[in-house]
Design a protein around this ligand. Structure first.
Ligand code: HEM
Length: 197
């Protein structure tokens, strides 16, 4: 079993590892290693990592049930916050770098492009989760905390659909993301029925 000190070190390692994708893209920007469309590259990188962190976060409870180790749950909130972090960098790339804060055009995009609408909705839904992610809010909200944080299921589907709607040709990758998310959500339903019915 891991001692408390080891667990703390492990948490720091997991935290720093989760920052690697952002350091990697910063390094690529600073060393001019991005392609002819650098803003597109940054948008794609941060969008992908938002989805990866969604999958990682959703996998924590199934991993706990399968391995019977509680340790996975220690990282769930941290990974959840990384979803918000990468989604916000992704959004800011689009708002700040792509559209240079042209709010009228951005508003237009949100209304007219369904993939932007659903991506933006996912980001909006992440805000209450990020704001209430600390222990103090857990205590204040009690049972409602769990109910509120179930929004992650909807957010994960919105994220996968956003990807599915934005690709023009090769649907394989977004479909794989959607499938993995659906499997993880189905897993949760299965355990819910098994233990709570
Ligand atoms: C939970 C929220 C979100 C997730 C999971 C997500 C995920 C993704 C993914 C996976 C990609 C494609 C990456 C690739 O092709 O390699 C992408 C692209 C993109 N996303 Fe998001 N996104 C989210 C929110 C947003 C928001 C809030 C906006 C802006 C309002 C946005 C705008 C875009 C744009 C403009 C692209 C590039 C489209 C293109 O290639 O033309 N996304 N996103």
């Amino acid at each position: 079993m891991l001692t408390q000190i080891n667990q703390r070190y492990l948490k720091i390692v997991v935290f720093i590892s989760s920052l690697v994708p952002i350091f990697y893209i910063i390094y690529q920007i600073l060393t001019n290693q991005l392609g002819p469309e650098p803003i597109k590259d940054i948008t794609h990188h941060t969008g992908k990592w938002t989805l990866y962190f969604i999958v990682i976060t959703l996998a924590m409870t199934p991993l706990k049930k399968i391995t019977k180790f509680n340790i996975w749950i220690n990282y769930r909130r941290m990974f959840g916050l990384f979803i918000f972090f990468y989604a916000s960098v992704h959004l800011m790339t689009y708002v700040g770098l792509d559209y240079r804060f042209d709010l009228a055009s951005i508003g237009d995009d949100i209304i007219k492009k369904k993939y932007i609408f659903i991506g933006f909705s996912a980001w909006l839904l992440l805000i209450p989760l990020a704001v209430t992610s600390n222990k103090r809010m857990m205590k204040i909200l009690k049972d409602n905390w769990k109910k509120l944080h179930r929004l992650i299921y909807l957010i994960s589907l919105f994220g996968a659909i956003h990807y599915l709607w934005l690709v023009k040709r090769d649907l394989i990758e977004p479909l794989i993301f959607l499938l993995v998310i659906l499997i993880l959500l189905a897993f949760r339903l299965k355990f819910k029925n098994k233990y709570f019915s």
